[in-house]
Design a protein around this ligand. Sequence first.
Ligand code: ZN
Length: 231
Amino acid sequence: MSTKEAAAKIRPIKPYDPSDLDEEHLLTSWDTPMRPDAFDLTDEEKIDKIEQHFRNIMQTLGLDLTDDSLSGTPRRVAKMFVKEVFSGLNPKNRPVARLFENKYNYNQMLVEKDITFYSHCEHHFVPIYGKAHVAYFSGGKVIGLSKINRIVQYYAKRPQVQERLTVQIGRELERVLHTDSVAVVVDANHMCVASRGVGDTNSKTGTAYFNGKFKDENVKREYLNYINAPK
Ligand SMILES: [Zn+2]
């Protein structure tokens, strides 16, 4: 596939527009919809509540929770939701990114490709997994590569739609790096498509976010060539 065809296959997302921000710079259409009381309960209180609810779901399905293999499941699921797979809902888990001076005045594109992530589709609560490919031009500062990875994981650990995940990663990098020249391509498999519904096991979904210098067709092509997207 030529790069041009590849680029055409990716679903582009409207670049982040600062006018989307409200006065308080708090909520935009790309934020995960959260309730105002989202953090009134502690993690432990949430785990207790979810455990009860999940026990009800299993019982309603007719499962015998006195069985050794099933009895610990409600608590296990509740802990996994709060502490692991949805831990990115809590801003206290947002990675703190330390910046370094761009000492070598490296003013070319920096690319980190093939960042594996695991997320969950917010419509079915089943896994979405895939790769994120991130690039930026330094605005004077650079960031450790492991921090880019952590930013991807933080936003993946929420109930998501792929478009929002892509934009949230892009916008967070812009904020942290003080530059708008950021690109993000996400290639993902959706278990809700593969394992149920239409049962298409081969389709992948590509989403892309291009801002700043990446709006330039030549720069965009160079980046897409490098990541060879979508695979
Ligand atoms: Zn789904």
